[in-house]
Design a protein around this ligand. Sequence first.
Ligand SMILES: NC(=O)c1ccc[n+]([C@@H]2O[C@H](COP(=O)([O-])OP(=O)(O)OC[C@H]3O[C@@H](n4cnc5c(N)ncnc54)[C@H](O)[C@@H]3O)[C@@H](O)[C@H]2O)c1
Length: 286
Amino acid sequence: MNEKIAVIGGGQMGSQIAALAAMAGYKTNIYDENKENLEYRYKFVEENIKNLIDKKIYTEDNLVSYKENLDLNYSLEDVIEGKTFVIEAVVERFDVKLEIFNQISQSMNQEVVMATNSSFIQASEISKHCDHPERFINMHFFYPPIRMDLIEISYPSNVSKEVLERTKTVSENMGRSVVVLKKETPGFIVNRMLAALVDEAYELYDEGIADFEDIDLAIKKGLNHPLGPFELSDYSGLDIHYYAKLKKFEESGDPKDEPKKFLKEKVMNGDLGVKSGKGFYEYKED
Ligand SMILES: NC(=O)c1ccc[n+]([C@@H]2O[C@H](COP(=O)([O-])OP(=O)(O)OC[C@H]3O[C@@H](n4cnc5c(N)ncnc54)[C@H](O)[C@@H]3O)[C@@H](O)[C@H]2O)c1
């Protein structure tokens, strides 16, 4: 099937997911409620692709596909018009995602795949409140999507087989390695493993055992990880860690799941990591 793809949310993930789709040859449209951010990210990804051409990771043809196949939209209605495959990548908030999927599942035809790139929210949590629950699926990319070669797919037990097959096809055509989970689980494989590491790093920092820079250094040198847990948090976005933890705490009521005070303060101050210029570390503009 020659999918026509809509990406909803043009932040650090959505902008690059749209690029992957366009470079794979799919006619793709992207929408973000923040027009300036959408346009900034479009240019930013274009520059990224140019750099990656110099490094022989992409070709001039990929850049042409990016420009020819990707269009920006400024409303939700416009971006879904005539599409067969939706990938949602808005902020990691259940209420925001639910509102979007509620609206689009009512207005789109029954052939449409509705995929979410959420890091922790399972498709079944959203689909049970929407029309056509059998069309919902998790399609979990990694930051930065144009560099990271993995998509984790997981699906509610009532998913249509055809939705799963089409999601695998799109993922493979984007040139990504694909892992399909047998059961839904918040955080999938990678984030569940990573959460254990980051939680323990936050705990060490909170207990005053070491500075966050030293915890990062210890993990990089001692475990040979390319990034420490605090650097990684900054790259993925502190809001993502915060809201994921908050969701877990609201569900479990267990005090050990409560987001750390220092994390909450940073998120409330708008210090979200690389994307805002400051998180645990400070970042200069690109
Ligand atoms: N950052 C990561 O490492 C990573 C990895 C995998 C998955 N994810 C998931 O991807 C999603 C997006 O994360 P991100 O890192 O790109 O965040 P981001 O903050 O860079 O982008 C989120 C975008 O959503 C837009 N938005 C918010 N509400 C909207 C609405 N109602 N309609 C349209 N646009 C809206 C914002 O304007 C913003 O541009 C989250 O669900 C996150 O869990 C993130």
